[in-house]
Ligand binder design. Structure first.
Ligand code: HEM
Length: 525
């Protein structure tokens, strides 16, 4: 009798497992009317076809076979990839009310719960407040008031590079971090050595990015049942603890920065910064210190590493293409001469530097798949059905490399933006509604820091070519992904490039400019 009971219990368990697997296997099939895509297999959907590295390249291959809108299944999660600007325009931009949320993520729910970080916050009132507050500061023409700090920080970067040119990546990272520190917190980031604010920030940001990596936590949106598997049985064991550690570290760093801004405000310092205006509006807005600390922290996250990564691409492109470097130098020399470092008032006078910046962002987009959007209602588009709750990726890489859009898309060629504002020969009708640039995403979630970033990169790029010649000292990963970092934001790592000052006269100009910049930046100390 005992044995019969055992058999019965075992059989029941098998049936239960089979039923669950069957239901997951059904959910991993393509729903009716779904956009075309590669064949799915039960349970996994298309996961087995997904590489861990450079998924945008695999998605680009799918696009060649299946077209502008590709439908995939990651387990039971619907995933739709948009591969052309037109698809992005028709869906993300034209139907923004249902294409603008963000997916939940097990790690983010622990590190930044309740939508504290605007980049992962779901589409709703909290996100609207975060967005409005951010746009009032870094969006539109008001951003131009922040150019002075970007100008001064980029001057410090050049000055630092003259002293230790081999540490150029460190100086680039410091400069973009410090520009956010000055404008958002009213604080100075003069150095990035251990113990400094920027060092602390970059350390916690690296932990945050690593914790979001695919191998660090269970893919709960793909296989929700994993939530009920005991942690110690999984390859991600301890992931909740690790996420809690990142949460505490972020709280410490972001909370500490907010406290310092408040103390400085009480001393009458830093009254123009982003946090100062947030604190003034706090009573009216009703968002407590935690929300403010994380909103400011998100600007540091969004603004520092991104622009610095694009600058590393720029340095690589200049080192690899001496003709384009010469053309860029000719322009800055013509506008500024050798006795004046390019600055904020020159930005509008440097169309070739702008062309280089647009080409850097197009050629090697530093966020190749953007940040995923989530649909909040089922949509139909040209006979295709995109269910509510689908993850939507803008394949920025593919859009930027579409051969129907750009001549020789794989080639770095800033001249394309000198010949045509959009970088391609399409006539105005065809380009109606098209963005010049998809590297900042699109629709209601488009990067709010675009103008801030462009101003900053323009000044950094102009100063770099004004001050230095760049020479490769080894292999540069211009045509391969070996030697690039992995993650949401990517950049060429440990670039083998040497910097050479363009003459002694320029050293004197840099020293003089540094004196003024340092004086200006003292207000943030
Ligand atoms: C080269 C520089 C930059 C690039 C390439 C870049 C790119 C992006 C992309 C692709 C997105 C996702 C857009 C979408 O979902 O469609 C994004 C979002 C965001 N970016 Fe940037 N970004 C840059 C600089 C900045 C700067 C300087 C700031 C702030 C000062 C910033 C703050 C943000 C924020 C807060 C979001 C989240 C917006 C939301 O979800 O509503 N970014 N960025």
């Amino acid at each position: 009798m005992g044995l019969q009971m055992y058999h019965f219990a075992f059989a029941s368990l098998l049936v239960l497992v089979a039923v669950r697997l069957h239901s997951y296997s059904k959910l991993s099939a393509r729903p009716p009317g779904y956009p075309p895509g590669p064949k799915t297999v039960p349970f996994l959907g298309n996961l087995h076809q997904l590489p861990i590295k450079r998924p945008e390249l695999t998605f680009a291959k799918f696009a060649q076979q299946f077209g502008a809108i590709t439908g995939l299944k990651f387990g039971c999660q619907n995933v739709v990839i948009l591969n052309t600007w037109q698809a992005v325009h028709d869906l993300i931009e034209q139907k923004g009310s249902i294409y603008s949320s963000r997916p939940t993520n097990a790690v983010a729910d622990i590190v930044v719960p309740n939508g504290l970080n605007p980049g992962v916050s779901v589409y709703g009132d909290l996100w609207r407040w975060q967005r409005k507050t951010t746009m009032e500061f870094v969006g539109g023409v008001r951003t131009d008031a922040l150019k002075a700090a970007q100008d001064a920080e980029s001057t410090q970067m050049i000055h630092d590079m003259v002293i230790t040119p081999e540490e150029f990546e460190h100086h680039v990272d410091r400069s973009f971090g410090a520009a956010i520190l000055a404008t958002v917190y009213g604080q100075r980031g003069k150095s990035m050595h251990p113990g400094s604010k920027l060092h602390d920030f970059f350390a916690v940001n690296a932990q945050w990015a690593a914790s979001l990596g695919p191998t660090n936590s269970p893919p709960l949106s793909v296989f929700p049942f994993l939530d009920s598997v005991p942690d110690w049985l999984t390859p991600w064991r301890g992931w909740r603890k690790r996420a809690m550690h990142v949460r505490r570290e972020q709280q410490r760093v972001y909370g500490g920065l907010l406290d310092e801004t408040r103390t400085r405000l009480a001393q009458g310092k830093g009254t123009d910064c982003f946090l100062a205006s947030c604190l003034r509006a706090q009573e009216k807005d009703g968002y407590d210190d935690t929300y403010l600390a994380y909103l400011a922290g998100a600007l540091l996250e969004g603004g520092a590493e991104t622009s610095a990564s694009a600058t590393m691409v720029f340095i690589m492109a200049m080192a690899a293409n001496s003709d384009f470097l010469a053309a860029a130098q000719e322009e800055v020399d013509r506008v500024c001469g050798a006795s004046r470092l390019p600055g904020k008032d020159d930005v509008a006078k440097l169309p070739y530097i702008r062309a280089c910046m647009l080409e850097v962002l197009r050629w090697r987009p530093i966020i190749p798949l953007g940040i995923p959007h989530l649909t909040t209602a089922t949509d139909t588009h040209e006979g295709l059905t995109i269910p509510s709750g689908s993850l939507i990726f803008i394949n920025i890489w593919k859009i930027n490399h579409g051969d129907s859009l750009y001549d020789d898309p794989g080639v770095f060629n800033p001249d394309r933006y000198m010949q045509n504002a959009y970088g391609s020969g399409l006539d105005d009708n065809a380009t109606r509604g098209r963005r010049v640039n998809y590297s900042f995403g699109a629709g209601r979630r488009v990067c709010p820091g675009q103008r801030f970033a462009e101003n900053s990169m323009m000044m950094h790029f102009a100063k770099l070519v004004w001050a230095f010649d760049f020479q490769p000292t080894g292999h540069l990963p211009v045509d391969s992904w070996d030697g690039w970092t992995e993650g949401i934001v990517v950049r060429p790592r440990d670039l083998k490039v040497s910097l050479h000052l363009r003459g002694e006269k320029r050293r004197k100009t840099i020293d003089d400019a540094w004196l003024h910049a340092n004086e200006f930046l003292q207000q943030f100390e």
